[in-house]
Structure formats: structure tokens, C-alpha cells
Ligand binder design. Structure first.
Ligand code: ZN
Ligand code: ZN
Ligand code: FE
Length: 765
């Protein structure tokens, strides 16, 4: 045997396959640096569904390599699986990053990621090339989803293509040992985008300094500021006059406004932060986190018990916030329109000045909004930072076809399925507005381009008049329709990768979903598996006077509930006395004659009624879920109380029906005794939790169900979610709730995909 062969035989060699979000996130250069550090030879390359690594060395180094790979992986990487096997040594004498041939497969694209600590340090260090440069980024941070126009993810296919790299950037871009190796949005003051401040009316450039921008904000001016996925409207958070003007512009009287603060210390002056909330505030996704109020900030969230805070997430924001530490940063959209992404969409009524830059936005995305419940996110809006994260589907549901799910109508999203993964779009808003419908179409084409997606099947809500449903029909593809609440529950099936044989009691507490019987469902206990559902119990029907109008005017549901509880001679509670007589009369007639009044089982509408009866909700609401939010805010301020109200479960019929009339009568009595609304609000939350548990126990006894899924918009209520989870766990149920998706209608498209996959799979298309 010759010497070379002898040496080869003594090498330890391994081949590894890493799957997950490992492409376009700096994973290959990371492996390169790691291999160099451990003196390993071999290669790394992108393959079908991940990254292939080959390492060899004289000394066994696999364990060290694996440990470092897991512990030090770049912040954006998400390893879903890692397999390795002993391989035949190749006798390589270096470690290289091999060029990959783009195979047809699912290619991942990273979401937009907040500025990393290293880039932050650079922009704050005098003498650095990128000192104070607002567009600094690297492979670990910066814009992604919002600048990619097409795949493969390459500078020429992003909105950075207009900027020619300078020799310095070029060098960094080509050096595998550099943090900016193949960072597609790489830029510096010499070659990259620049900011400019213009007067909104004249579009005259007035400055390019952030000092000047901060000065304008301090003077009470309103600025439209271009960020990652669109413009914010920015104002001084400590100036009540500026906030009042902003509210007038946005036509928002009381809806909470989001805040951006320079650091945690500033936030702590106004809000309480738990360690888990802190972690989310500082995460690479950098969402708006709704935090418990400590001190009020005038005009920001007058009715809420929370304040929505985020930290700066681009160098531009970091640099601006250094100069003014606390600002309102609300999305720039006009009511019912998508977030603005181009200068040309800004009208002079919207702001005084425009702080913009010349890097184009390829795709709009709002800020994400969450609460943290028991350490886990509870989404109010899922967009920037989380989209387009791929969700793997359970093995048994994988099919070769591609599926488009178009979601519902309000707070919509779309989802696409391809090669074993679901990608859900960012929050798109309400489709009943034509501008948002344009955004919906824009997003479907964007996702189709990015993922080379061509739908073969389409799936929508059951509602015949949703714009998304008509759109689905117009595609001329095989088309499935899924009941709204069933889709809510299936979304959690997919997220938690529940196995095919799973059967649960799905609890959908929601505003509105078109039912099988054409009625307005929204308080549903459904026995659910992937193939279908059965209605086990629901909140007893009562008229929804005026249909959609009832959701906007909570006094309508208050009347419906009072009439149900008392009949003709119901007591005129204080809050009703303020409603004009003739309005009351007409709604009462509507209820009596069942004119323009579908039946509803909606828990959202029950919240509306209680909130109004307690004197919390206004006659006409300003934004969706305002009345329930007021009831939750009140409950959060109450002294702790365990007591609850009575209710009835009508067991004579199938499905079971839950009647809240006894609770309504007790609440009216307590109001007459001047019991504080906050106490009533809390006792109502207790009652709803208890009845939920009683139904769950009945389902366990009669049907043997031990798993619960909590879904629907009402589960954005933190108090209710915590209470029901706690009770259910005490009773020995296994509870699943949406964590990385919103419990509201944003997740309908996810559940629709689950349904379609099972249907396609089982019918052998
Ligand atoms: Zn960075
Ligand atoms: Zn440069
Ligand atoms: Fe819903």
C-alpha cells in the first residue's frame, strides 16, 4: 500500500445534511469559519432542502463540530433536522464553499431581521467605515423579504441591484471569512442608499441629516419615515398636540398608537416588562410587544391597559432614536388601505415632512404585534420578522401538488403550499376595501414569484360573498371551501404538527364565521379531525340585529341579550338610556320580527353586549374588537375574585346549547347595586372559562376527547386564554393554541391548507 492511500485511510470523514432555514442566512460562511477553526477539510454547499457538509480530519472532531454547529449557528438559521453518516475520506487539502446548482426544491427566504449587535456597534464607532450609516447590514441582519423581487436570492434580483458595490464592499462580499460574505443588501456610505428629507407639500429637499429630522419631530411636526416594509408616521410621543394631530390625520380617536423607544430603560418608565417580554422586544424579529401600562402617556392608548412598544430595528431607526428617545411610530396607511411603500403614495395631508431613501421596497409588510402569554407569543398581527417563515406539514399530509389558500375577509392572509412547506403571507388587512384587495393580489403574485409557485388547487372560506372566495372561484382550479371555525382549529393542527389520527375538541370563540346552516357562528365547540368536524355545542342562537351593523354598534347585541334574558319587559340599563329612543325602537322591532337579523352564536358579540351593558363600550365602535378589549382592560384592573355567574347548558338537544341569560340577569342586578364594572368584567371572564371547561368535560366523558384546541379571535384576550389554559391543564387536558400564528382570521389560510392537503391526499388526485 502506498503512503497516500495509507494516510487517506487514517482520516475520519463525515457527510452531514442540515435541513431548515439554512440558505441565505449566512450558514455556509459560518460552516466555513467553523471548519477552519477546527482545522477540518472538506466542503459545504446548498442542496435541495438544505445544506450538505463534508468534513474530514486526522483527529475525530465530529462531536466538537456538531456542538458548535448547534450552539453558534447564525441567528437567522433555524435547524429543523440534522443527519450525518460516516463517509469515505476524499483526502481534501482545504475547506471550500462549493457553488451549488439550483435544484428544484423549496428554497427558503429569510424574513427581514433587526440590526445585529455587531452592525449596531459599527454604526456607533467613530472611524468605522459605516459610522452613522443608516443602511448598514450583514448576513446576520437587514432587509430580506421586503427587498427580494425574484429568486434565486441574489443582489441582482433585489431592489439593491441599482447600487453598484464599491471595491471595499466587493471585497467583503467575496471574502468567506467576512461577516458580509454574500450579504446581498451589503452597502456603505460610498456606494449604498442615502436618506433625504423633503417637505411633504412641495417635495422640496430640505436636508439629509437625522439631526434635522429629530428637530422637526421635537417641534411637533409629523414625519412619514421610510422603514423596511413601508412608511411609519412618526411624531413626538411626549407632545399631546402632535399626537392629537396625528389622530386626526389617521381618523383614529382612541385606537392605541405604537411606540418606538431607544432602549429598554425608556420603555420601563411607562410599562412593566417581564423577562420573556424583554426577550421578544430584543429578538431579531423585533415585534411590537403589548406591555402592561405602568404610567400613562397622554393620548397614546387612552382606553387600553397596555402600551405597544418596539425597539429600533434598522440602523436608520437606531440613529434617529439616539436623537429623540421616544416616538409614536404608527403604520402610514390611511384607514382601510395598506401600508404605504412609495413616496408617490404619500399625500400632503398625511404628514409635514417625508424622510425617505432611495432603496425601493419590493413588498409591503407592517410591524408584527404580539402579547406574551406564559412565555409564548400571542399574535395580534404577524408580518415583518416572521414572514415568510416556512412551516413544515406533518409527513402524512405531504403531497406533490401546490395549493393556494386565500383566507377569509377581515385581517386576511394567504398561504401557499409547496414541497412539504406552508408559507403564510404577512397580514393584509380587510379585503372589503378595494385597496387592500389590491394588496392581496400583489402579495399572491409576489409569493408566486419568490417561490416559483403555481397553484393547482385553491381553497377558501365557505362564505359565498367574501371577495377572497370569488377570487378563488375565478381561478378556475379545483376549489375547496372550508367552514370558518373548522379552519381556525385546523390552523393549530398544522402549526403543532398534530398526527393524522388526532381528534380534538376544538373551541372557536370568534366574531363571525359563516356556518353550515347559513347563520353567523362564533361560539363553537367542534369535534375535529383532519377530515371533518361535528358540532358538539355552541353558544345559543339569538338575533344579530342588522347583521354587520351589530358588530359596529354594541348596543344592538346588548338589546338582543336583554330581550332574550327578560322578554318584552327588559330593564333599561343606564348605558341604554343614552341611545336615542327611535334607534332602540327600530332595533327592538328588528329583533321581534327577525328582520335583517341572522342568528348568531358569536362569543365576540356576547363580549360586545356585556361591555355595553356595563357602560364600557361606546354606542358605535371605532375599530374591530374595541368593545371586548374594553371589557378585558376593565377585568385586568379588578381586584381578584373567583366568583362567577350562572349559566345553563341545554342538554335536551344535540348539539348542546349554552344559555347566558342567567348571567345577564345577575349582571343587571349587580349594576343596579353599583358593583364596579371591573368586577363584573372579571366575573364574566370567570364564567366563560367555567362553562368552557364544563363542555370540555362533557366531551371527554361522552366522546373520550382529551385534547383541546383554542382558536378564534376572542383568544387574543389574554385573561381568558390564561384562565382556560390553566383550568384545562388542571383537569388533565392537553391544550393547543396558536403560538406563531394569530388566533384570529389571519390564520384561516393556514387551516384551509391543512384541510385541502388531507382532502387531496385521501381522494387520490
Ligand atoms: Zn449585522
Ligand atoms: Zn460600499
Ligand atoms: Fe374568525
Amino acid at each position: 500500500m502506498n503512503k497516500a492511500n495509507d494516510q487517506l485511510a487514517r482520516l475520519c470523514a463525515y457527510k452531514l445534511l442540515v435541513k431548515g432555514t439554512v440558505q441565505g442566512v449566512g450558514f455556509r460562511p459560518f460552516i466555513y469559519r467553523l471548519a477552519k477553526r477546527l482545522s477540518l477539510n472538506g466542503y459545504v454547499k446548498n442542496v435541495g432542502q438544505g445544506v450538505e457538509i463534508f468534513i474530514e480530519s486526522r483527529q475525530p472532531a465530529l462531536n466538537k463540530f456538531l456542538r458548535a454547529l448547534k450552539e453558534e449557528a447564525p441567528p437567522l438559521a433555524r435547524i429543523e433536522s440534522l443527519v450525518f453518516e460516516k463517509a469515505k475520506p476524499l483526502g481534501k487539502n482545504e475547506f471550500i464553499i462549493e457553488r451549488s446548482n439550483q435544484e428544484k426544491s423549496f428554497v427558503f427566504i429569510s424574513p427581514d431581521i433587526a440590526t445585529c449587535p455587531e452592525c449596531l456597534k459599527e454604526i456607533q464607532t467613530p472611524g468605522e467605515r459605516r459610522y452613522q450609516y443608516p443602511f448598514t447590514n450583514c448576513t446576520n441582519c437587514g432587509p430580506r423579504y421586503t427587498i427580494v423581487e425574484e429568486l434565486p436570492y441574489d443582489r441582482a434580483k433585489t431592489t439593491m441591484k441599482e447600487f453598484k458595490m464599491c471595491p471595499d464592499c466587493q471585497r467583503e462580499y467575496q471574502d468567506p471569512a467576512d461577516r458580509r460574505y454574500h450579504a446581498q443588501p451589503i452597502a456603505c456610505p460610498t456606494c449604498g442608499p442615502q436618506i433625504i428629507i423633503m417637505e411633504a407639500k412641495t417635495r422640496k429637499a430640505v436636508s439629509n441629516s437625522l439631526d434635522y429630522a429629530a428637530q422637526l419631530i421635537r417641534e411637533g411636526k409629523i414625519l412619514a419615515v421610510k422603514g423596511l416594509g413601508g412608511f411609519h408616521l412618526i411624531a413626538d410621543a411626549l407632545s399631546p398636540t402632535a399626537i392629537q394631530r396625528l389622530r386626526k390625520i389617521k381618523q383614529r380617536k382612541t385606537k392605541p398608537l405604537a411606540l418606538m423607544a431607544d432602549n429598554l430603560k425608556t420603555i420601563e418608565k411607562y410599562a412593566l416588562i417581564s423577562p420573556e417580554e424583554k426577550a421578544w422586544l430584543m429578538s431579531p424579529q423585533c415585534p411590537i410587544v403589548l406591555l402592561k401600562k405602568k404610567k400613562d402617556l397622554k393620548g397614546i392608548a387612552p382606553e387600553a391597559d397596555t402600551l405597544g412598544f418596539m425597539l429600533p430595528y434598522t440602523p436608520l431607526h437606531h440613529l434617529l432614536l439616539k436623537k429623540i428617545p421616544l416616538i409614536v411610530a404608527t403604520s402610514s396607511n390611511r384607514k382601510e388601505a395598506p401600508i404605504i411603500k412609495d413616496d408617490s403614495e404619500i399625500t400632503p395631508e398625511l404628514c409635514d415632512y417625508i424622510l425617505t431613501h432611495n432603496r425601493k421596497i419590493a413588498m409591503r409588510a407592517d410591524d408584527s404585534v404580539m402579547k406574551v402569554v406564559k412565555g409564548k407569543p400571542l399574535f395580534f398581527r404577524r408580518a415583518r420578522g416572521f414572514v415568510p417563515f416556512p412551516q413544515a406539514v406533518p409527513e402524512a399530509l405531504k403531497i406533490d401538488h401546490q395549493v393556494l389558500a386565500v383566507g377569509g375577509e377581515l385581517k386576511n392572509t394567504v398561504s401557499i403550499f409547496k414541497n412539504g412547506y406552508v408559507v403564510t403571507s404577512q397580514f393584509l388587512g380587510d379585503l372589503d376595501d378595494y385597496q387592500n384587495f389590491g394588496y392581496f393580489q400583489e402579495t399572491i403574485s409576489h409569493l408566486s414569484r419568490l417561490f416559483s409557485f403555481r397553484p393547482e388547487f385553491v381553497v377558501s372560506d365557505l362564505h359565498p360573498n367574501f371577495r377572497s372566495t370569488s377570487y378563488a372561484r375565478s381561478l378556475g382550479l379545483p376549489h375547496f371551501e372550508v367552514q370558518h371555525h373548522y379552519a381556525h382549529i385546523l390552523a393549530a393542527f398544522l402549526e403543532h404538527q398534530l398526527p393524522l389520527e388526532t381528534k380534538v375538541l376544538g373551541i372557536s370563540f370568534d366574531g363571525y364565521g359563516y356556518g353550515d346552516d347559513g347563520q353567523a357562528w362564533g361560539g363553537e365547540f367542534l369535534i375535529v379531525d383532519y377530515s371533518g368536524y361535528e358540532r358538539f355545542a355552541y353558544l345559543d342562537y339569538l338575533p344579530l340585529p342588522g347583521g354587520d351593523a351589530a358588530a359596529r354598534e354594541p348596543y344592538r347585541m346588548a338589546l338582543a341579550y336583554l330581550k332574550k334574558a327578560y322578554g318584552r319587559e327588559f330593564p333599561m340599563v343606564k348605558s341604554l338610556k343614552k341611545v336615542p329612543r327611535e334607534r332602540l325602537e327600530s332595533v327592538i322591532q328588528m329583533i321581534d320580527r327577525r328582520f335583517n337579523s341572522p342568528l348568531t352564536s358569536s362569543v365576540g358579540r356576547l363580549f360586545d353586549a356585556i361591555s355595553f351593558i356595563c357602560g364600557l363600550a361606546p354606542q358605535r365602535i371605532e375599530f374591530e374588537a374595541q368593545a371586548p378589549s374594553l371589557l378585558e382592560a376593565a377585568a385586568s384592573q379588578a381586584d381578584p375574585v373567583d366568583r362567577s355567574y350562572d349559566y345553563l347548558i341545554n342538554k335536551s338537544s344535540e348539539p348542546l346549547r349554552i344559555d347566558f341569560s342567567p348571567a345577564i340577569r345577575q349582571i343587571v342586578l349587580e349594576l343596579q347595586k353599583n358593583i364596579p364594572p371591573a368586577t363584573i368584567a372579571l366575573k364574566f371572564h370567570n364564567t366563560l372559562s367555567l362553562v368552557t371547561m364544563e363542555i370540555a368535560k362533557l366531551a371527554r366523558r361522552e366522546k373520550g376527547l382529551t385534547k383541546l384546541v383554542l382558536a378564534g379571535g376572542v383568544f387574543q384576550n389574554k385573561i381568558l386564554t390564561e384562565k382556560i389554559e390553566k383550568l384545562a391543564q388542571k383537569e388533565g387536558f392537553e391544550v393547543f393554541r396558536p403560538v406563531y400564528y394569530s388566533p384570529g382570521d389571519e390564520s384561516l389560510s393556514v387551516g384551509q391548507i391543512a384541510f385541502a392537503l388531507n382532502r387531496i391526499k385521501s381522494s387520490n388526485y
